[in-house]
Design a protein around this ligand. Structure first.
Ligand code: GDP
Length: 217
């Protein structure tokens, strides 16, 4: 990056910071795809195993502690939760998958809800698939990736809890993950790293979302 590009990048990061400091509100929790809010605004969605740090990441993006409900109990978020930012875009918290406590029937029901949403939402610009940086991709993550590839929904992997491992280990997990998704047609080739605890990667993710939703201030 030359000096001009670096200046421009810094300006864009600042614009994204301003966007995510604008008013944000909880719109609704949908338990069926028939209940979704208007599809006129651009939308991004967050998916991942329960406990991956999804609520914490959404809260970190908007700089609030309690917007998305963070919970230690896997699988407590079982709705599609819609958040409206600056009257300009929706962020959607999808039900966590892969938890052991819920019954098989319940698991299926929530998986179907997430899948039906991902398949049929015309304004969905990108799904973010959250993966714990300590673990990398696991078998349980393959099913949602297969579904996203099949539905041709653009998705990008975000490693969470990056503060829990050393930078060198993180670089290895990023490389291994990028390698593993290379042949997946709908996967964005770049794997992002974040920590909701330290704020690492959060400004860059804000900018990614701003660009993906083509929001200008
Ligand atoms: P969700 O079930 O995916 O919504 O996960 P939560 O956001 O509730 O987070 C699960 C647990 O991981 C909580 O105890 C969080 O405090 C913790 N956690 C989430 N993000 C981070 C992070 O970036 N770093 C660290 N160290 N812990 C995190």
């Amino acid at each position: 990056m030359n000096e001009d590009e670096a200046t421009q990048h810094a300006e864009q990061l600042e614009a994204a910071r301003v966007l995510f400091a604008r008013p944000v509100s909880f719109v609704m929790g949908a338990v069926a795809v028939t209940q979704l809010p208007s599809d006129e605004l651009p939308e991004v969605a967050f998916a991942g195993r329960s406990n991956v740090g999804k609520s914490s990441l959404i809260n970190a993006l908007v700089g609030q502690k309690y917007l998305a409900r963070a919970s230690n109990e896997p699988g407590r978020t079982r709705e599609l939760n819609f958040f409206l930012l600056n009257d300009a875009l929706h962020m959607v918290d999808l039900p966590g998958y892969g938890w052991a406590k819920a019954s098989k029937v319940a698991v299926k029901k929530f998986q179907n809800l997430g899948r039906d949403y991902l398949r049929g939402r015309p304004n969905l610009k990108r799904a973010y698939l959250l993966i714990d940086a300590r673990h990398g991709l696991k078998d349980v993550d393959k099913e949602p990736m297969d579904a996203l590839d099949k539905a041709a929904v653009s998705y990008q992997i975000i490693l969470t809890k990056a503060d829990k491992i050393k930078p060198a280990e993180l670089a290895q997990v990023v490389a291994a993950t990028q390698d593993a998704i290379r042949k997946r047609p709908a996967a964005h080739p770049i794997v992002l790293s974040t920590s909701s605890e330290t704020g690492f990667g959060i400004p860059e993710l804000r900018l990614e979302i701003m660009r993906t939703c083509e929001v200008t201030l």
